[in-house]
Design a protein around this ligand. Structure first.
Ligand code: ATP
Ligand code: TYD
Ligand code: MG
Length: 176
């Protein structure tokens, strides 16, 4: 990925010992949906990702258009709930962000929890903050390829910043 800083371009060495990382340093799209914004959860959701150790590299508030959503949810456009999904997602502003870090795609999915909040464990965003599948507060990309596609859809290249966290060496062990 050429927009990542040089020291991130290699994948993390998979293990000499028991520790196995499934991925490398990745980026993912997380979006606070209109219900999350209206309920003033933006700060709490950002805080969860910051606390975990991920790095924020893009952030904006926008009104999503039907066109953007039909591309974002292209696998769902034929579903019976799709018109309701668009009404929901266009009902107010969305806060879109790009988070970067080791395994961030899978980890953020786990932090967000299953699609249906009824199945989401306590401790996940959806399990803590929502009840209904059609008002599930947050979006997170569900694969590395999906994340790349979604980030391109929601952000222009110049809106994503490469910067170094001062605490990088405390959250990552870099093998010499
Ligand atoms: N059966 C359904 N009834 C109502 N809404 C649904 C249903 N299935 C999915 N949705 C809505 O469509 C969204 C997208 O569905 P998807 O299968 O991609 O779930 P997800 O990946 O968990 O959610 P997201 O893509 O928003 O992170 C869900 O988050 C939910 O808001
Ligand atoms: C599956 C499903 C999703 N949705 C909505 C909420 C989901 O967050 C959104 C996108 O679905 P999806 O991408 O399948 O789930 P996730 O958000 O976990 O990636 O569509 C419904 O409203 N009803 C449903 O039955
Ligand atoms: Mg999804």
């Amino acid at each position: 990925h050429d927009c990542l800083p040089v020291y991130f371009r290699q994948r993390w060495p998979s293990s000499r010992r028991k520790t196995r990382f499934t991925g490398g340093v990745e980026r993912t799209l997380v979006a606070v949906k209109p219900d999350g914004v209206q309920r003033r959860y933006v700060g709490q959701i950002i805080q969860r990702f910051e606390k975990r150790g991920f790095k924020l590299v893009g952030l904006k508030m926008l009104q999503a258009s039907d066109g953007l959503l039909s591309q974002h949810y292209r696998e769902l456009v034929k579903k019976p709930f799709y018109p309701n999904l668009v009404d929901y997602m266009t009902s107010g502003p969305v806060v879109a962000m790009v988070w970067e870090g080791l395994n961030v795609v899978q980890s953020s999915r786990r932090m967000v929890g299953p699609t249906n909040p009824a199945e989401a464990p306590a401790g996940t965003v959806r399990g803590d903050l929502s009840l209904h599948v059609s008002r599930n507060v947050v979006h997170a990309s569900d694969s590395v390829e999906g994340a790349e596609r979604e980030i391109k859809l929601w952000f222009e290249g110049k809106e994503l910043l490469n910067w170094e966290c001062y605490d990088h060496s405390l959250t990552y062990k870099e093998d010499k």
